[in-house]
Ligand binder design. Structure first.
Ligand SMILES: Cc1cc2nc3c(=O)[nH]c(=O)nc-3n(C[C@H](O)[C@H](O)[C@H](O)COP(=O)(O)O)c2cc1C
Length: 146
């Protein structure tokens, strides 16, 4: 299995989740910050997982730009999944969340989604992650790559 995990992270929480996902998957796995990944060089991948913090109900501008750079041809036949980090306070829900928007953007390009969008929770804007979220991320990764 050749997998690429692309993430953005303001305060390091989404990066921790991305690395936990990367460590839980066996095979040829790369975990790259969004600026290091090239959206037009996906052709040899079996799986692409994209994760972002939720900022104002959306993925970060850098993740949105990465998504815009993915062509229908580049994503064809690659299994994809999306995750985000977010607050658990209810009022923020009115804006929506990053993972659903990442998944939708990949879906309209014809990508094969292998999981519903996943959410991992932080205790505050700068973190830390809630207890157990690193372990939950590892389990999620194992589950979706089984
Ligand atoms: C400008 C800004 C906007 C945010 N908007 C939301 C939001 O709409 N919904 C939400 O659940 N969390 C929101 N948050 C909290 C982020 O989800 C949280 O900071 C992020 O998960 C931390 O991940 P990171 O350390 O990888 O940046 C916001 C944070 C910032 C700084």
């Amino acid at each position: 299995m050749k997998a690429l995990i692309v993430y953005d992270s303001g305060y390091g929480n989404t990066e921790k989740i991305a690395r936990a996902i990367g460590s839980a998957i066996t095979g040829d796995v790369q975990v790259l910050r969004v600026g290091e990944a090239n959206p037009s060089r996906l052709e040899s991948l079996d799986m692409l997982i994209i994760g972002s913090p939720t900022y104002g109900g959306r993925p970060t501008p850098a993740i949105q730009e990465f998504l815009s750079g993915i062509s229908e041809a580049a994503i064809k036949g690659i299994k994809v999944a999306a995750f985000d980090t977010r607050l658990s306070t209810k009022w923020v829900g009115v804006f929506g969340y990053a993972a659903g928007k990442i998944a939708e953007s990949l879906k309209v390009k014809g990508a094969t989604l292998i999981s519903p969008p996943a959410a991992f929770f932080v205790k505050g804007k700068e973190g830390p992650l809630k207890e157990g979220e690193i372990e939950r991320a590892a389990s999620w990764a194992k589950e979706i790559t089984r």
